[in-house]
Each structure stands twice: as C-alpha cells, then as structure tokens.
Design a protein around this ligand. Structure first.
Ligand code: LMR
Length: 400
C-alpha cells in the first residue's frame, strides 16, 4: 500500500548535517545547523547543566510521574520571568498563561494551533526571509502565511521601510511573527528606535505580535538586552505571544525544552486561555517531558546557578563574536573582493553571507564546507582552526 510513496527531500537545515556525516574528508566543517561548538569543534554541555543534573539524579524524592498537561509549574513561572522580566506588569498582574512545550518549534506550533482555533484572524505575516521551519509550522497549524519584507540584500541590513509598508497594508488584527533577537537567518535586528516604530504600527493596526525567542542571551551575551523587544511590547499593556527555547542558551538542544507564553489583558482571560491551551496539547503529545524542564528550573531558581549560567552563556556569545572578527580579518587579509563588514555587524548565531547557492555548492564540493544553500553560516560551528579554511573557500568561491 505504500509502494507509490515518493522519496521526500531532506530538511534544508537538518539535511545539511546528514550530508556532512556522509563526507569522509578530514577537513570537513559543518556550518549548517545552529548548534554551538567549542574551539575544539565539540558540542558543549554547560557546567551548570551538569551540576543541575547531578542534583536531580541524587534527589531520591524525584519520580518519573507524568507532568501536568501544561508542564512543570516552576519552570513555567521562571521562564515567563526570564523573558518578560521579574518586574513586568503582566507577571505581577497574573496576566500571562505559560505552558511548557517541546522547545521553540513546539511552542510555535501550540501557539499557532491555539490561534487557528480561537483568534478571529487566521493570517500570520512572517519575515522574508525567515527560519525555514516557520512557514511549515504555521501552515500546518491552520494559519495562512504571508510574508513581510525584512532584509535588504543591497545594504545587507534591515528593510525598515518595506517592513512598515507591508505591515501597514496587513488586514487589521493579523498575526505578525517577530524574531525577538538575533534574526535567523540574517543576523539583522532592528535597533531599539526601529523596534519602537514597529511597535507603534503593530499596536495602531491592532496586529497581534508573536515573538520567537530562540536566542535570549546568545546575541549580546545579556539576557535582559536580548529581551528588550519583547518587553517593549509587554510594557504597553497589549497582548502578545512568545515562544521560548532553551536549546541554544542552555545548550539543551536534544532535551526539547521551551515555553509558550500568552500575555493577556487580565488574569481572568489568562486562566481561560490556559484551559484552552490544554485542549490543544493533550491530543498532540499529552504532556511534556520532565527532565529538561527540571534542569532549567533548577538553574533559574537558584541565584548562584543562575549567575554561573549567565557567565557560561556570555562566554559562548563572546566566542561567536570573536569568530566574526576572525573571519572578517581573514577575508580582508586575502583581499577577497566585496564588503564583508556585515560579518561583524550581524548578530547572533548566524552570518548571512550573501553567497549564492552555486557558490555554496562549490564550497561544499571543493572545500567540504557544509552550510545552508541560502548562504547562511552558523558562526557557532567555527573555530580559530577552521576560519582560514572557510576564508580560503569563500575567497575561491567569489573569485572563480
Ligand atoms: C537552525 O536554524 O539551524 C536551528 O534553529 C536548528 C533547527 O532546528 O533548524
């Protein structure tokens, strides 16, 4: 009965790792998936995560019971505080419904399905370009996806005017997906002043902001600075949704730990919203896994561990920033044609190089460098050892 099923293509991001794993070359480098690597090219488990795990393992009172449908209560409270700030009026007034979800993707999906069921407007505007999974998540949630202009390939910066024009002509009430910080794939974020423009437009048209926060602390090294955009929208008293992921900032990729928060106008509404979120989650996966959320809660609720986390987080962010500088310098040394200053201007995990798919294919074939075909490089996968090899490959690709 399945004989006529066609072979599906690999995922444009995760498929890069599949191809990389098949390559036998000793010089191969995987700059596809956004996953942090050490200077030695190894995955990193944070010390503070190891400590939290030890505490959990040694605690005999811990059992493996089901969590509630909404997840670990402590985790939810602490996650909302982390993104909105402890002094956020929305938190103090109990207007936030937070549910633990399966990392960023799961949080976006639950939020999308909730909106498709309960919100009057089914159109979601997402930036052009955006993370490749966004359009799929929201389409399968039952929303209709449209794009707003975001990136200007001439300046390799933000197309603010295009963004404002497209959101101005959106139907009133439409949902707008925003990357809270470290826009994926471009590494281009609005300035605070530009965010304020965007906020005013969104509120004046009663659009509904849905933040994807996958990199809090990873962009600038500061948890508060990377949450400014979200907090600006919460401070005005209006509604918004936020999907949080702990994949990058706590290195908990495979634990699939994240949270969806819906900021409401009153605590009474938040209670009803949470009751409906449970109806979305229960038939999807019943309830979320316990281990990753327990690690996060253990770290967030203890001031010493929290501090230790922020130090480790900052050192990951700083290593990425230093990779930007090294790659930029290496291209300058080689006299590679073009203005590569965007490498040091863009922020977060990725550089959107401007290389086209043919150049990327050339670099993969000749230099065993693996990256997504849109020219995105995961800076977190680079090290001082691999920078010269990448610079040689880029130089060869643009001077062919
Ligand atoms: C990425 O964009 O590389 C990451 O967010 C990982 C993923 O799941 O695509």
């Amino acid at each position: 009965v399945f004989a006529c099923i066609a072979q599906a293509p690999e995922d444009p991001i995760l498929g890069v790792t599949v191809a990389y794993n098949k390559d036998q070359s000793p010089v191969k480098v995987n700059l596809g998936v956004g996953a942090y690597r050490t200077e030695e090219g190894k995955p990193l488990v944070l010390n503070v995560v190891r400590k939290a795990e030890q505490l959990l393992v040694n605690d005999p009172s811990r059992v493996k019971e089901y969590l509630p449908i909404t997840g670990l209560a402590d985790f939810n409270k602490l996650s909302a505080k982390l993104i909105f700030g402890a002094d956020s009026p929305a938190i103090q007034e109990n207007r936030v419904a937070t549910v633990q979800c399966l990392s960023g993707t799961g949080s976006l999906r639950v939020g999308g399905e909730f909106l498709a069921r309960h919100y009057h407007e089914r159109t979601i505007y997402i930036p052009q370009p955006t993370w490749g999974n966004h359009p799929k998540i929201f389409t399968l949630s039952g929303l209709s996806v449209k794009y707003y202009r975001y990136y200007d390939s001439e300046t390799r910066g933000l197309n603010l005017q295009g963004l404002l024009e497209d959101l101005s002509s959106a139907s009133p009430g439409a949902i707008v997906l925003l990357h809270a910080c470290a826009h994926n794939p471009t590494g281009v974020d609005p300035t605070l002043e530009q965010w304020e423009h965007i906020r005013q437009l969104i509120r004046s048209k009663s659009l509904l902001p849905f933040f994807d926060s996958a990199y809090q602390g990873f962009a600038s090294g500061s948890l508060d600075a990377d949450a400014r955009s979200v907090r600006m929208f919460v401070a005005d008293g209006g509604e918004c949704l936020t999907a949080q992921s702990y994949a990058k900032n706590m290195g908990l990729y495979g634990e699939r730990v994240g949270a969806l928060s819906i900021v409401c106008r009153s605590s009474d509404v938040a209670v009803r919203v949470e009751s409906q979120l449970k109806l979305v989650i229960r038939p999807m996966y019943s309830n979320p896994p316990i281990h990753g959320a327990s690690i996060v809660a253990t770290i967030l609720k203890d001031s010493e561990k929290f501090k230790e986390w922020t130090i480790e987080l900052k050192s990951m962010a700083d290593r990425i920033i230093s990779m930007r500088k090294q790659l930029f310098d290496a291209l300058r040394e080689r006299g590679t044609p073009g203005d590569w200053s965007h490498i040091i201007k863009q922020i977060g995990m990725f550089t959107f190089t401007g290389l086209n798919s043919e150049q990327v294919a050339f670099m993969t074939k000749e230099y065993h460098i693996y990256m997504t075909s849109d020219g995105r490089i995961s800076m977190a996968g680079l090290s001082s050892r691999t920078v010269p090899h990448l610079a040689d490959a880029i130089h060869a690709a643009v001077t062919r």
